[in-house]
Design a protein around this ligand. Structure first.
Ligand code: URA
Length: 275
């Protein structure tokens, strides 16, 4: 079996600490090095396991800064959008704008073709995405891939996929309003640079933002909205679909994605690159 990377070990340690804390444990015993005087002591769990207190002061934030998977991927693409996205991905890589910077394994900027006419926007990275550095690579991601490839008949690699948040919220909780606000500029830049004709917003958070509405996702789906001259179609999040895998929900998602396909028309899904 391959040895786990440092990033994977850190992720596992964080997950374990979160479980212990959820179970009510606040301190764990640590063994001091022999040179240090005194018996093993109890250390606050939050400090030992790098689990942040509920709302740490901004000055206390220590962003995790590591290499960006998106930057490597973008090098393989030609054209102005890829070069512009590289600059945005670098800003995200070193971002320390909210508390999530201290608990991430890495940032999850986006993946896919920067010349696509279709952008899919999700909510936030989960555990698998946090480890792999790419959006929608876990179970919900597999279902999203099926929706794109079998439902829409596009190749996943021809679509650009990103999230509202670029860092994983601990325990996959919902994004907080101030986290969405801190991250807002990054998704706005991605949309400006890629300039998709159609955006498929999956889940409540991207749907409410891009449709500029506080309505529930069930009321936002099924029609098209305008976001700065681009069409937005909202649908249920694939994770919701996995939890509610009924004929009714599947049919609704299918009809939403067919609406997006209809809005895209018959032109190729990837624009030709101008050098
Ligand atoms: N859910 C999301 O909204 N985004 C991901 O990248 C993964 C799961």
């Amino acid at each position: 079996m391959a040895r786990p990377t440092k990033a994977e070990l850190a992720r596992q340690l964080r997950g374990h600490a979160e479980l212990l804390r959820a179970g009510g444990l606040t301190h764990i015993a640590v063994k001091r090095k022999p040179t240090q005087v005194g018996a093993p002591q109890a250390a606050p769990l939050a400090r030992q396991a790098a689990v942040p207190a509920a709302k740490p002061a901004k000055a206390a934030l220590k962003p995790v800064i590591v290499a960006s998977v998106a930057l490597d991927e973008l090098k393989q693409h030609e054209g102005r959008p890829a070069r512009e996205l590289e600059k945005a991905a670098e800003r995200v890589r070193v971002c320390g704008a909210c508390r999530l910077c201290a608990t991430r394994t890495q940032t999850v900027f986006g993946t896919g073709n920067p010349n696509s006419r279709l952008m899919v926007v999700g909510e936030a990275p989960g555990g698998d995405e946090d480890v792999q550095g790419k959006p929608f690579v876990g179970r919900a991601g597999q279902l999203l891939t099926e929706i794109i490839e079998k439902g829409m008949k596009y190749k996943r690699a021809d679509v650009y996929i990103a999230n509202v948040l670029k860092c994983r919220p601990p325990e996959n909780r919902n994004p907080e309003p101030d986290e969405i606000e801190a991250c807002r500029g990054y998704l706005e830049s991605q949309i400006e640079i890629i300039n998709p004709d159609v955006i498929l917003a999956v889940g409540r958070f991207p749907a409410q933002w891009l449709a500029n509405s506080q309505l529930a996702i069930g009321q936002l789906r099924g029609k098209a909205f305008d976001y700065k001259g681009r069409k937005v179609v909202c649908t249920y999040h694939p994770a919701y679909l996995l939890r509610n895998y009924t004929m009714d929900t599947r049919k609704k998602v299918h009809s939403d994605v067919l609406l997006a396909v209809e809005l895209l028309g018959s032109a190729p899904i990837v624009r030709e690159t101008k050098s």
